[in-house]
Design a binder for this molecule. Structure first.
Ligand code: 3HC
Ligand code: NAI
Length: 692
């Protein structure tokens, strides 16, 4: 028997109960695998035992392989040994599932002869989200039990499926009441023995595979329908190939395909990136000097100043979780417009079947409006999203200081302004924090929490936690122009603009970044956001390409023209007008256009971003490299399979990045400063992700 604490075998009359206990999530570490193997062997060897129940202590059934072991030398016993012991046992083995049976955990359960679950339990094969496929027989067993179509959905989305649906699909055999799992599983074990039910091996099921065999359209249609979603990712396609193998090949042959493709994914950079992101997403909440003992400020009521593009979307996040919001505007028409946009958004969601009309009304009822800042007197958290102008923001904060109750959090959604300066407008700078949402604020997952020099710990902790509550991923940033995300964006924009003057066209640059995996390139993004943000005709000086485009009323998608021309369906095509304008600007500057290779475009865009990220790290604006990556993945759509700009830099090699930056230096512009940290790490052969 392995260590008592990890796997514990008890005998209850004629049923052996093997209980795993390996906090926090009973992941399949070497110890746990050993515990299962020995526990099952001992139970089977015991003549008094007629059936075995496999159950877990703690919050969940086995949540998968131990991801911390990945990339390290394998340790015996392998998972297959433990699974074989279960599947080939001469006595029925029943998996008793609560919490989540995920990945390797579900694959263990699929080797059991029967599965029983409580109603709140969920099952899933989320390996795809780690850039992997289920590598312990899941790709061959799941389709055999739920059919190829459902397996395709489950394995390429990684979704966790609730117990009732699992019962309908045949993935679990029985549901027992909450809190009665152990007793229910033992009772089922006894019934199985009494009724002399067979030792059901999922590997031997064939009817659903035979039914799908020869139906090539099933896979072709699925690939086509999901092409956009899967773009750039290897793992979804590899999962599909495994299911094809399950349908078309005998079990053992299918297992070979699974092993081969699993190994390839495991050794590749995509999975390494996605595993890194898994841990980065958990790390990002941890702030070294703010422990769990720091008290949180209860947020029961929120005030929102400004009901424009951002204000409405931000308010929706709170209404979605049942927190009432008062929106304050300067004029009734602006308030009405803002609330109407929110309603339209909710109704669109309802039309798509993702929200009931009743819920639309419930959420709208949580939103009220006012033209008086005084209405915010009893709010626990006030978020300002008025125009991006320091004077206006300071005026608003000075008034809030006089109005808001003591202890209220005063947050600004500024995208680049100095939060410390905003805090000078109030007598309680400890209450001021940046809460930088991303557009559309009801959709985008990122929240940058900006900690000012004087922001108190409870205010920072509450801003982070309220972010979690409304379903965001919050990353902490210090104060600097543009914070983490927009500061890095600026480094890229400068290069993209510079390359226009050197001979590249917007669509050349956009294509490279799109092919790299970004949702769109910088020029398509500008057209979408509107070229006239911060532009006014009265002050326009015709000195940049962007200004001239605005003067021509080419203000982006909203005017059907910007860098690109747009048709009625908003399809973009390269614009001869823009091209001519760019050529004229280059000629005026005395630049002879040159052909810029795709590689140079990629390096010129991404390496200065990496450099800026390194500067952000050395200035301690970000706590860690992985926080920078979280910001760029969740706020700007950096492809998760490349792990964020910092992780990407490590895969390219910092020496290579620095060498290229030095080579391009004459073109990088006066603002470019090579990061001493980056240069030092490169010289020492180190990685950004190791910076502590
Ligand atoms: N291996 C190692 N550590 C894991 C882990 C795993 N599979 N799953 C979770 N953890 C760790 C987390 O890193 C976290 O550690 P921390 O407290 O030090 O930050 C801790 O367990 C708790 O995790 P969460 O904060 O995520 O807890 P939640 O309660 O919010 O969620 C969960 C629980 C749903 C199980 C979630 O952790 C999860 O989705 N885990 C990953 C599941 C997964 O991907 N399984 C497949 C693994 S790959 C595999 O099985 C390959 C196989 O096919 C061969
Ligand atoms: P917007 O112009 O759409 O909305 C601003 C709203 O504030 C207007 O409706 C205006 O009437 C109102 N307003 C102005 N002064 C006010 C006052 N004193 N009291 C009450 N309401 C007032 O602007 P948007 O885009 O929503 O931006 C707001 C803030 O959010 C800015 O600081 C901006 O930098 C920031 N931000 C914007 C993002 C974007 O993509 N639009 C992204 C992230 C942050």
């Amino acid at each position: 028997m392995a260590e008592q604490s990890v796997a514990n075998l008890t005998i209850e009359g004629d049923v052996a109960v093997l209980t795993l206990n390996s906090p926090p999530v009973n992941a399949l570490s070497a110890q746990v695998r050993q515990g299962i193997l020995e526990g099952v062997q001992n139970a089977v060897a015991n003549p008094a035992v007629k059936a075995v129940v496999l159950i877990c202590d703690g919050r969940t059934f086995i949540a998968g392989a131990d991801i911390t072991e990945f990339g390290k030398p394998p340790r015996a016993p392998g998972l297959k040994e433990a699974q074989d012991a279960i599947e080939n046992a001469s006595k029925p083995v029943i998996a008793a599932i609560h919490g989540t049976a995920l990945g390797g955990g579900l694959e263990v359960a699929l080797c059991c002869h029967y599965r029983v679950a409580v109603p709140s339990a969920k099952c899933g094969l989320p390996e795809v989200n780690l850039g992997l496929l289920p590598g312990a027989g899941g790709t061959q067993r799941l389709p055999r039990i739920v059919g190829a179509a459902k397996a395709l959905e489950m394995m390429t989305s990684g979704q966790h499926v609730g117990a009732r649906q699992c019962l309908e699909m045949g993935l679990v055999d029985e549901i027992v009441p909450e809190g009665e799992l152990r007793a229910g599983a033992i009772a089922l074990a006894r019934r199985i023995v009494a009724e002399n039910r067979p030792l059901k091996k999922v590997r031997d099921l064939s009817d659903k595979m035979l039914a799908a065999r020869g139906d090539a359209s099933l896979f072709a249609d699925f690939r086509k329908a999901n092409a956009r979603k899967f773009r750039g990712f290897m793992a979804p396609e590899y999962n599909i190939r495994c299911i094809e193998a399950a349908v078309n090949l005998p079990f053992d042959e299918g297992m070979k395909v699974e092993r081969e493709l699993f190994t390839e994914l495991m050794q590749g950079t995509q999975s390494a990136a996605q595993r890194y992101v898994f841990f980065a997403e958990r790390q990002v909440w941890k702030i070294p000097d703010i422990g769990d003992d720091v008290e949180q400020i209860p947020v029961r009521k929120v005030g929102m100043i400004g009901a424009g593009t951002m204000g409405g979307g931000i308010a929706m996040n709170f209404a979605n979780v049942g927190i009432p919001v008062i929106l304050v505007e300067t004029r009734q028409d602006a308030l009405d417009r803002g609330l109407a946009v929110v309603r339209r958004n909710y109704e669109t969601t309802a039309k798509r079947g993702r929200l009931s009309m009743e819920d639309v009304e419930k959420r709208m009822a949580l939103l009220s409006g006012s033209l008086e800042l005084e209405a915010l007197a009893d709010c626990d958290l006030v978020i300002e999203a008025v125009f991006e102008n320091m004077d206006i923001k300071k005026q608003v904060f000075a008034r809030l200081d006089a109005i808001c109750k003591p202890g209220a959090i005063l947050a600004s959604n500024t995208s680049a302004l100095n939060v410390n300066e905003i805090a000078t407008a109030v007598k309680r700078p400890e209450a001021v924090v940046g809460m930088h949402f991303f557009s559309p604020a009801n959709v985008m997952r990122l929240l940058e929490v900006v900690r000012g020099d004087k922001t108190s710990k409870p205010v920072v902790a509450t801003a982070m936690q309220i972010g979690k509550k409304i379903g965001k991923i919050a990353a902490l940033s210090g104060v600097c122009p543009g914070f983490i995300g927009n500061r890095i964006l600026r480094a890229r924009s400068l290069q993209a603009q510079a390359m226009l003057n050197e001979g590249a066209m917007p669509w050349d640059i956009d294509k490279v970044l799109y092919d790299f995996g970004m949702p769109m390139g910088p020029f398509a993004m500008s057209d979408l956001a509107g070229l006239d943000i911060g532009w006014a005709r009265e002050t326009s000086t015709s000195s940049t390409i962007r200004e001239v485009l605005c003067e021509m009323d080419r203000r982006g998608q909203k005017t059907s023209a910007g860098y690109y021309d747009y048709d009625e369906q908003r399809n973009a095509r390269p614009s001869p007008v823009t091209e001519k304008l760019i050529r004229e600007f280059a000629a005026k500057a005395g630049n002879a256009p040159r052909t810029i290779s795709q590689q140079e475009i990629l390096e010129r865009c991404t390496y200065p971003m990496i450099n800026e990220g390194a500067r952000i790290l050395e200035e301690k604006i970000a706590l860690r490299a992985s926080d920078v990556d979280i910001v760029w993945i969740n706020g700007y759509g950096w492809p998760v399979y490349r792990g964020g700009p910092m992780f990407y830099a490590d895969t390219v090699g910092l020496a290579q990045v620095v060498a290229k930056l030095k080579e391009y230096a004459p073109r990088l512009g006066p603002e470019f400063v090579l990061s001493p940290l980056l240069e030092r790490l490169a010289a020492e052969g180190k990685r950004l992700q190791d910076v502590k």
